[in-house]
Design a protein around this ligand. Structure first.
Ligand code: GN1
Ligand code: MG
Length: 374
């Protein structure tokens, strides 16, 4: 494995495989990521793109070029990450099994975190994304981006996929796990029964969102679509944000999705797959996230965006819960898992987070379903 990875990395670099050291980075639920070091101490990030999820990696590379050009011309103050080309001038090297590999620039002296933990870090992470959105959305015309995954934020489809998974007739999981009775899908449905029942009364929560989206009421912006805290590189010692990474899902969409997903990640006091009680929601972290998000955008956002931040956070958490639960019911065909029950645990964690959000009287104004910004 190690030798193959060195050979792959050397396709992008003017060095021989023997001069490289490759180490795994255990992060991300879709792609596989490795750190590459040369003898001279230069570092790169090597990734195997999951082409089942991202069937057109070249479209991602083209999106990243457009995004980086716009960030550069607009004076974006953070670092930009870019892809290197192979010696034959391509953005991807395909291995004998057909997996696409790419080499990404590495930002020195940087650290990533799986949890925000403190309001300062939540605010700073959200501020980094706020800068990213401002520089991509203010000024010159729209960017010609190709969404890497169609219907990624189509919530009508996400709910339909969940309902279809509940009706699943296949017998056992086919990927990520060997067929055994633990993985029989009817067994999984039984083990998820309590959560399925708890989720049921919330399935109409996204209705208003879906209505607005289908009526074209959301302003179309360039969004990141995966703004979790681990996609911000922080300065190792100064704790300021250095870069926004993982541009795979950059696409046209509503910033309410990104705010919701940011809140889901930054206001969660525990790991995404921690299914233990109590509710992992922190109003303090949430408020800091909202401040950071708004910091560069107060003159950009329209009323429908400003008034629906809290509602969007709840909707996005519910949708993420349904995505994990759907994958659990289908036998772990989408997200990487290291344990049998991990997708169910992820879904439970998101459901508890939703409960915390909805219970917080500061955030949920029952009458209007809206909040005063700021
Ligand atoms: C996936 O692969 P990763 O970790 O960057 C997923 C996101 C989820 C996230 C949950 C393409 O992102 O939508 O929010 O897991 N990406 C895709 O941790 O589905
Ligand atoms: Mg991602």
């Amino acid at each position: 494995m190690q030798e193959d990875l060195r050979e792959i990395a050397a396709r992008f670099l003017p060095v021989s495989p023997g001069e490289l050291n490759v180490l795994p980075i255990e992060s991300g639920l879709i792609n596989r990521t490795f750190l590459v070091q040369t003898r001279a101490g230069e570092r790169y990030v090597l990734q195997r793109v999951n082409h089942h999820v991202f069937p057109n990696p070249d479209a991602i590379a083209a999106n990243v070029e457009h995004v980086n050009a716009r960030l550069a011309e607009s004076g974006y103050p953070l670092e930009r990450v870019h892809f290197f080309k192979t010696q034959t001038g391509a953005y991807h090297h395909y291995d004998p099994e057909g997996w696409p590999w790419r080499l990404v620039s590495h930002v020195p002296d940087s650290a990533t975190y799986d949890k925000a933990r403190t309001p300062e870090r939540a605010r700073e992470g959200a501020r980094a994304f706020s800068l990213f959105y401002r520089h991509l959305n203010v000024g010159s015309g729209s960017l010609p981006l190709t969404p890497a995954i169609p219907d990624f934020i189509n919530f009508r489809k996400r709910i339909a996929d969940y309902r279809a998974a509940l009706q699943e007739r296949r017998n056992y999981a086919t990927q990520n796990s060997k067929p055994n009775t633990q993985n029989w899908l009817p067994e999984r449905r039984k083990r998820a029964a309590a959560l399925i029942a708890l989720v049921q009364p919330h399935l109409d929560l996204p209705e208003k969102w879906i209505e607005w989206q289908e009526a074209g009421l959301f302003p179309m912006r360039v969004i990141h679509a995966d703004p979790k805290i681990s996609n911000v590189l922080f300065h190792e010692t100064r704790h300021t944000a250095r870069a926004v990474i993982d541009l795979d899902t950059v696409m046209p969409g509503t910033l309410l999705y990104d705010f919701g997903d940011m809140a889901r990640s930054y206001a969660n006091t525990t790991a995404e797959d921690d299914a233990s009680e109590p509710a992992p929601f922190s109003p303090e972290l949430y408020r800091a996230t909202r401040e950071g998000f708004l910091s560069q955008l107060s003159d950009v956002l329209e009323p429908i965006e400003l008034e629906n931040l809290d509602y969007s956070a709840q909707v996005v958490v519910l949708i993420q819960c349904l995505r994990f639960l759907t994958d659990y019911l289908q036998g772990d065909v989408y997200y990487r898992v290291v344990r049998q029950e991990q997708n169910l645990e992820r879904a439970v964690n998101q459901f508890r987070l939703l409960g915390g959000m909805r219970a917080s009287s500061i955030l949920w104004h029952k009458k209007s379903g809206a909040q005063t910004p700021g």
